[in-house]
Design a binder for this molecule. Structure first.
Ligand code: 4NP
Length: 157
């Protein structure tokens, strides 16, 4: 089983997009039985809320429905339950490293961009203060990285 947790700050823009896109590609390949995919935020401001409506709309352009997802905050237990924890940006990554140091959990932590072939891509920029075009750009970047991530995970299995 591939246990994968995507992390951003609020869990209402970037990480729900990553969860939705990876799940979509997994479903397309009929690999649902081999993947457990979730997302969470390092912050607690939006717990229980659906994704930002601009993220919902950007995902819908790809035929992906993320409207039923609800935001939650990462817990120390997540660092044990998920083998692979994927951060959207370097701020999320350093928060995760601190959390793991406090729990001694054995999960692997990496940046989403490590799975991407896109030159110069390090952080998925936070689109929260941007406009809809920023959400479209982030959605495209995340979708492409999730495709590459899935290829990598299938090869490693
Ligand atoms: P996300 O975007 O981390 O991609 O979900 C954000 C959403 C909300 C806030 C920051 C980032 N906020 O400050 O409330």
């Amino acid at each position: 089983m591939n246990n994968i947790l995507f992390i951003c700050l609020g869990n209402i823009c970037r990480s729900p997009l990553a969860e939705g896109f990876l799940q979509y590609h997994v479903n397309q390949r009929k690999l649902e039985g081999s993947f457990n995919i979730d997302s969470a935020g390092t912050g607690n401001w939006h717990i229980g809320k659906p994704p930002d409506r601009r993220a919902i709309r950007a995902a819908a352009e790809y035929g992906v429905d993320i409207s039923k997802l609800r935001a939650r905050q990462i817990t120390p237990k997540d660092m044990d339950s998920f083998a692979l924890v994927i951060a959207m940006d370097r701020n999320n990554l350093s928060d995760l490293q601190l959390l793991r140091n406090n729990t001694n959990a054995g999960c692997q932590i990496e940046l989403l961009s490590e799975s991407s072939l896109e030159p110069g891509f390090i952080d998925v920029p936070d689109p929260w203060y941007g406009d809809y075009k920023d959400f479209q750009s982030v959605a495209r970047q995340i979708d492409s990285a999730c495709c590459s991530l899935l290829e990598k995970l299938i090869q490693d299995d």
